[in-house]
Design a protein around this ligand. Sequence first.
Ligand code: FDA
Length: 367
Amino acid sequence: MFDYLVVGTGLFGSTFAHEAAKKGKKVKMIDKRDHIGGNIYTEKVEDIIVHKYGAHIFHTNNQEIWDYVNQFADFNRYTNSPIANYHGEIYNMPFNMNTFNKLWGVVTPEEAKAKIEEQRKAANIEKPNNLEEQAISLVGTDIYERLIKGYTEKQWGRKASDLPAFIIKRLPVRFTYDNNYFNDRFQGIPIGGYTQIIENMLASDRISVELNTDFFSNREEYMKTYPKIIYTGMIDQFFDYKYGELEYRSLKFESAVLEQENYQGNAVVNYTDSETPYSRIIEHKHFEFGKQPKTIITKEYPMSWEKGSEPYYPINDDKNNEKFKQYQDLAEKQSNVIFGGRLGMYKYYDMHQVIAAALTVAKRELY
Ligand code: FDA
C-alpha cells in the first residue's frame, strides 16, 4: 500500500519523493515521458553529456540548498559566461565593461556610465509605454538595438514595441570586467550530468517509478487508490481547462553531432539579431570542459505553444495570472492533492527554487 502518488519525476516530484521515503513513506511515481528527471534530464551521446531540454546551470545563494543538491552529485566549477553574437560581432554578457568597451571603445566605468546616460537622455522617454521604450530608457539605444531587441522579439514572438513594459523591470548592468552571469555564491554543473541527481534521489526501495504513464489515462483509479497525490503536471489540465487554457511559450531543439572538436568555444552563444531564427546555440561539452574528438550542438528555436506541445515558459501576464488564481482556488479545495513544480504552480522556477519549494511542502506534509 502506497502513501503517496507523485505525478511527475522532475526535480519537484523527486525531491518530495526522496524526503517522503526518508520518513518511511511508500511512494509511487508516474511520468508520461520515457525517462525520469523532467526538464533537467541529461543523456550521454558520443561520450558528451547532453542537456536534452536546454542549458541547465545550477546556481544558488542558499547554502542549505547547495549542500542538499551536493548530496546527490559532485559539481564542477563551471561559471556561466554566455556571449552574444550580433551579425558576427561578439559581445560579453551580462552587459559589463567588456561589452561597453567593444561597443564604444570606453575603458573606465565613468566613461561607460556617461555613454549610457547620454543615450538615455537623447531618447527622452519619460513614461515607457512598451518594452522597447522601457529597455531604451534603462540602457540606451545601442545596447537595446544590438543585444536586446532581436533576442526578445524571438523569445516572445512579438515586436518589442507591442510587448508590455513590465516584462523588463530592470536590466542588470555591471560596471566591472566580470563576465560571470550569475551573482550567486554557488554555481556549477553536476559532473556526469543531472540525471544521476534524480536517480540518487529515487534510489530507495520505498519508491517505485512507472514511466510512459499519463495520469489522465487512469485518473479516476489513481484518485480512488492513493490517499494523497503530489501533482506536478499542468494545473489547468487537472481541472479539465474549466476556466480556459493557461498560455506558454514553447521551444524546439535541433541537435547535431559535428566531426570537429570545438565549434563555438563557449557553452552558450545567444543570437541577438532578428534574422537568425534560433535564439541560441548550446555546445554541450563546454559545460564539463570536455576534450572529446567530436562535439554536439543544439539550436534553440522559440516557438508559440499549442495544446499538446511542450509548455516551457508560462506567460505571466494579467490575463493568465487571473486564470491561474481561479485554478489555484480550486486546487486549495482538493484536500488529497498537492500541486507543485513549474506546471502545477504556473511559474518559472529555477532549479534551486524548485528544490526549496518541494522541501517546504515536504516539511509541512511529513514533519
Ligand atoms: P518538470 O517539467 O521538470 O517535471 C514535471 C514532470 O511531470 C515531467 O517529467 C512531465 O513529463 C511530468 N508530467 C507532466 N504531466 C504529467 C501527467 N499528466 N502524467 C504524468 N507525468 C506528467 N533552471 C536553473 O536553475 N538553471 C538553468 O540554467 C535552467 N535552464 C532552463 C532552460 C530551459 C529551456 C527551461 C525550460 C528551464 C530551465 N531551468 C533552469 C528551469 C528548470 O528546468 C526547472 O526548474 C525544473 O526542471 C522544474 O522541475 P519540475 O519538477 O517543476 O518540472
